[in-house]
Design a protein around this ligand. Sequence first.
Ligand code: HSE
Length: 401
Amino acid sequence: MIQVAVMGYGTVGSGVVEVIEKNKEEINKKSNEALNIKYILDLRDFPGDPYEDKIVHDVEVILNDPEVQIICETMGGLKPAYEFTKRALMNGKSVCTSNKELVATHGPELIRIAHEHTCNYLFEASVGGGIPIIRPLNYSLTAEKIDAITGILNGTTNYILTKMESEGAAFEEVLKEAQEKGYAERNPEADIEGYDACRKIAILSSLMCGKNVRYQDIYTEGITKITATDFKYAKAMDCTIKLLGLSREENGRFYAMVSPFLIPKSHPLSMVNDVFNAVCVHGNMLGDSMYYGRGAGKLPTASAVVSDVIDCARHIGKIITCFWDAENVKLTSIDEVEHTFFVRVKKDREQKAKEIFGDVKEVTAGVDGEFAFVTGRMSEKEFNEKAEKVGVINRIRFELA
Ligand code: HSE
């Protein structure tokens, strides 16, 4: 029997307990040994909960119990998750987490500590909710040189953008719905400003190059400036708008960014709707591959945590390799990154826009008082200099590949 502890009995933590209970037979078969939830750590009491007797309030009970071999960290945030995780690993207990903030901030250190103590730090649930993406990068695509990752990495914003497009719904109203469904972060800013997607693309970028991509170095823009009018233009161009996390290695330069993008309806990511996430990975031998599934929500995320628990159970006393060195990657400045831009200006700026941007392609969508156009490909720096001279209402980058 393998004793498991769950730290944090919130949405994901209670999902972990539910998955282990509901799929007991399947899971025990695949783990080679039965799993037993011995403790659940939370500050709160849960009177009447079927697992009430497992609740503990003191982490020391878990950390000092030699019987506990695997811990699920579903607390989120850095404090106290970082300290608890570190101490658990130092005590030789494997930790499986959904905590992208912690993984993005201290991933290489925690992996190193785990390996020094012959246990594992696994984080499948930290990116893409229930979608297997960390394991494919670690195990399956090992013969590849990966040069591009493009993902819809946040379920809440994808849910919001999908509803804005299909129902013309108001931003706030849809955000509330996403929160009620348990998709959103406690602080919705993390979703809508792109911070959550930024942590996730930092993790994927680090696995892509085997070194540390600091999330603090990633240019990040959220969806708060996207309006119903932008969707009108998108429709006129046979495009949709998605919040993408990108990572690219091009001619020895490496960049990562998070931003809303216009993508053609023919792009595979345009079909990824609601809370679903998807990650496109391009390898130099394989070409394109895509991983798709539920990117947020209690049971999908919990399922990914439990898949890591099973992996740990199968590797007790063994190290699961993960290439993520502590050395920081120097990212190419966003100023040098090139894109094509969709731009909206006031009607009286049309001449000026044509003068400054040159040969632009006009976009009409029946919007009064505006001139909208698509630029040629140019660097962010060049675009910003030109946009400043014209004065733009909004601009959205294109992702065409
Ligand atoms: N708030 C996150 C999302 C949860 O909406 O994708 C899953 O990481």
